[in-house]
Structure formats: C-alpha cells, structure tokens
Ligand binder design. Sequence first.
Ligand SMILES: *[C@@H]1O[C@H](CO)[C@@H](O)[C@H](O)[C@H]1NC(C)=O
Ligand SMILES: *[C@@H]1O[C@H](CO)[C@@H](O)[C@H](O)[C@H]1NC(C)=O
Ligand SMILES: *[C@@H]1O[C@H](CO)[C@@H](O)[C@H](O)[C@H]1NC(C)=O
Ligand SMILES: *[C@@H]1O[C@H](CO)[C@@H](O)[C@H](O)[C@H]1NC(C)=O
Ligand SMILES: *[C@@H]1O[C@H](CO)[C@@H](O)[C@H](O)[C@H]1NC(C)=O
Length: 511
Amino acid sequence: MREWKEIIWILSVFVCSVRSSPCNSKIYDGAFKNLVCVCNATSCDEIEPIGEIGDGKAVVYRSTLDGDRLKRMSMKMGQKLGKDEVVNVTISIDASERFQQIFGFGGAFTDSAGEQLFAVSEKVQEQIINAYFGENGLEYNVGRVPIASCDFSTHEYSYDDVGEDFELKHFGLAEEDLKLKKTKGKLQLFASPWSAPGWMKTTGRMRGGGAMRNDKRVYEAYANYFIKFFEAYSSHSIPFWGLTIQNEPSTGADMTWRWQTMNYTAETMRDFLKDYLGPKLKGNKLTESLKVMILDDGRGLLPGWADTIFNDTESTKYADGIAVHWYGNLYSPAVLLDITQRHHPDKFIFGTEACAGYAIHHGPIMGDWFTAENYASDIISDLNHHFIGWTDWNLILDEKGGPTWVNNFVDAPIIVNHTANEFYKQPMFYSLGHFSKFLPRGSTRVFTKVDGNLAVSAVSVVIEGGQRATVILSKSSNSLLTRVVDSATGYSLVLTLPPRSIHTIIWNKRK
Ligand SMILES: *[C@@H]1O[C@H](CO)[C@@H](O)[C@H](O)[C@H]1NC(C)=O
Ligand SMILES: *[C@@H]1O[C@H](CO)[C@@H](O)[C@H](O)[C@H]1NC(C)=O
Ligand SMILES: *[C@@H]1O[C@H](CO)[C@@H](O)[C@H](O)[C@H]1NC(C)=O
Ligand SMILES: *[C@@H]1O[C@H](CO)[C@@H](O)[C@H](O)[C@H]1NC(C)=O
Ligand SMILES: *[C@@H]1O[C@H](CO)[C@@H](O)[C@H](O)[C@H]1NC(C)=O
C-alpha cells in the first residue's frame, strides 16, 4: 500500500488531544549537537498552544542548536535595561509599512512520501499527519501534488501511457493516486507536472530533456490532460487551489537529465499557456478559478521569464503568479524578486520547492541544525522579498532519503524508520514550524529592520486584530542581547538570543 492521498481524509476527521509532550530526543554522532525528536505509536512531542497572551506580555517560541524545539515561554514587554546594559541587536518593526499577504506553508505529497507513510503502523501514520497538519503540530495549510510521476516515485508513469491517444481515452489516475478521500478545511493544494506522457514528447519518454512534439494534436491533448487530472481528483472530492505549468522547465533543455522533465523556454511556455492551456482552464467550470503559476524554477531566471509571459497582453490573462524554487539561490540575489515584483505588482510570488541534502551530501543528515538554519534563513529572506508562502519538498522520506527511482536521495523534515516503526523530526521540521504555525494565512508582512549583527535576520507580520509576530534567526555563536521594538507603538521587548537559535515572538498591539 503506497497510496498517499488516501490519508488526506484524516485531516478532516481526526481529533487532536490537547496535551503537550516534550521532545523525546535522540542524539547522533556529529561535530555539533545532532538532535532529533523521536515519535512512535504512543508518544510524540506536540507544540504547546499560544493560549492567552496576558496584558503587557509576549509569547515566545524558541528552538536552538542546544536542543530546544519550539519551546514556549512567556515574557514581559517593556522591560528596562540595566544601567550599563547595551543591547547587541535592535530589531525594529514598522507595522504601518505593509507588503504582501501570507498565503501559507507546506510540503509535497510525493509518491515516495506516501510510500513511507504507509510503511509504518496506522497509529504512527496518525502521529505523522498530526505532526504536520494537526492543531498541536505545524498546521501546514499548503500541499503540492505531482501530476503523475517524478524523481520521488518508484517508477516512470503518466496518466495515459497509450501512444497517440490524442483523445485521452485511456486516461486514468495511477495506483499511487487511488483511495482518495475528502480534504476539507484550510489545506490548499496545487499540482505540478514533471513531464507530459512520453509519447507526447519528441524523445518518446518522460525521462530526460526534450520538448513536446510540435503538433497541434499534442498541444491540445496535453492541455486536456491537465483538465482530466483535476476532474479525476474532483471525482474523489479533492479540490485544488492552483497549478504550475511545468516543474523546473530549464532542466528540460538537458537531454541527459536523469529523471522526468520537459523543455520549455519562457517563450514556449507563454505560447502553450496562451494558445492551449489557458483557454482550456478558463473554459471549464471546475478549473476556471485555479491559480496558474509560471516558472516553477530558480529565481535566476527572473525577471526575464515573468516579463516574457506577463508583458504579452494575451498570455498574462491566464496566469496569476510566479512559482520559485530555492536551488541556485547562492548565485542569484534576492533583489531579482524585488525587480520582478516591481515589474508585475499584480502577480504573486510563491515558493514551491526547497529541500536539503541534494548537493555534496546526498540524503539526510540526522539531527543537523544547519539545515534548519538554511531553511529559516531562506524563508525570512523570501518573505522579505515578496513571497506569499513557502513549500517544502517531500513531507516524509526513509532513512536513506528515498525511495527515488533515480537515486536522487535528499533530506526531509520527517524521516521514517521502518525497522523501529518510529519516525524522527529533524531540526528543519521545527524551523518550518516557526513560520507555518505562527504566520497565518491572511496576515500581512510588514517592514522589519535588524541592526547590530549580520548573523541575525528577521521577518514580521501583523495578524488580523493587530497581533504581531516576528521570527528571528541568529546564526551567531554568541548570545546576543536583543531589543525588539514595535515602532508604531513604542512597545518593546528585551530578550537574549542564545547561540544559533530561532525565535518566534507573538504579542498584542498596545491598546
Ligand atoms: C514510544 O516511546 C516512548 C518514549 O520513549 C516509550 O516509552 C514507549 O515504550 C515507546 N512505545 C513503543 C510502542 O515503542
Ligand atoms: C554584546 O554587547 C556587549 C556589551 O556591549 C559586548 O560586551 C559583547 O561583546 C557583545 N556581544 C557580541 C557577540 O557582539
Ligand atoms: C528547448 O526548447 C527551445 C525552444 O523551443 C529550443 O530552442 C531548444 O533546442 C530545446 N532544447 C531541447 C533539448 O529540446
Ligand atoms: C516588461 O514590462 C515591465 C513592466 O511593465 C518592464 O519594466 C520590462 O522592461 C518589460 N520587459 C520586457 C522584456 O519587455
Ligand atoms: C532505526 O532503527 C533501528 C532499530 O532500532 C536502529 O538500529 C537504527 O539506528 C535506526 N535508524 C536511525 C536513523 O536512527
């Protein structure tokens, strides 16, 4: 049983018990403190609810290299510093300078993640679902669903592998998609294809680069293939919020690419959207309001890719946003996102894929704090450069970082141990939680400035009702005395950031 999506139903039916169990830690060998939290059928750490924020108080959640994992604390606002005390860092938040609205955070329902989920007992499955989607878990509200197979599948398949079937008479969801159940509530799904069925490509197979055959019947059939996907899921009561046109289209230019991909340039994506996919989606009641995202690839391709599609008065009508992956960020500055946003202020920018363990080290590093830092650092930067949300890659993988039919092993926030029927929450699980749990959908990012130490970064939102939330990452190896100032009200908080730590601070606007 490796069908993943059946589990989505649990999201609508399970009931959370309100208890908060501490992390059951396991420490691995490493130069630093490589700590994971172990969960099994009967025991799993949960996050203490925010609860009442008393007058003049703030609620603080802290994770550290040293071993805190979303540990809740209550602190007093407005404390005075001692006579000779000088803060190391000042973080100023200006709630009057408002930017994008937050849409959400989540991960990907890949075939591999599904296989791992079903490899453990039902009780453990529930713990995993609870950890990600439950009230005392990360409260993920976004999910990515691959349209057919990708590198994190056990084999190559599309939903219609019968050659020259232009009418898609043989279309059908795969075994991997079956046993679907209802999804309800705040989880919003978007879908992404890695490749059209092989017979629609010049190369005859999904694996490796190459474009769609330049044949009207193929373009037409592939546009219908998307519609059929959404219809099939809808028939199992799973609605979608959006889609990307193609996962990492730039890799499709590489004929030797090791897994499923398909070649588009910005121009060919624009033309397929404008002439085939866009009109088809708009012409169908079920799909007319889906959010269509272009790119789904590294930000190094911006702003050019967006300009090509959105400066065309026809194709721009059919797209709502830009999907961005984090790979290659080291070589392409975040200012590219600002330029893109300035060119196209009516389109949103959304993070649709990131993972650790894909370069140099392939696979999980158990308990590695530095991947948690990389996640937090990237999310803070992305949100400060207009992202409306951030989507992680595989929700769950095995101890090797698979299964992956092309041995493209990577890391994931939850690693399952079949032998022990237990799973491990990696530090990056908590790193994601500092955002997913406390920056709710509909909150608005506001101006945040960090002075005093380059190893500190921060992002802030205001939540409906005036509540504020700030996430602070310190990569410093020293403790830093820090003042957080709400400059609109003069309200401030003084706290010490322990070495290598992530904090989320939530407080109410001063009356
Ligand atoms: C689950 O973990 C808890 C805490 O370590 C332990 O007490 C319990 O025996 C474990 N249960 C199983 C079924 O392994
Ligand atoms: C923090 O500030 C104190 C007081 O100015 C100073 O002694 C200390 O070196 C600072 N720490 C760091 C890491 O900059
Ligand atoms: C990718 O598409 C572009 C535009 O059609 C084309 O110039 C290029 O040769 C294609 N590359 C491959 C490998 O198909
Ligand atoms: C696309 O439009 C934007 C905003 O109108 C403009 O700044 C940019 O130069 C245009 N790019 C191209 C390639 O036409
Ligand atoms: C998985 O469980 C087995 C059996 O308890 C243990 O030997 C192994 O080290 C565990 N794997 C990890 C990554 O902790």
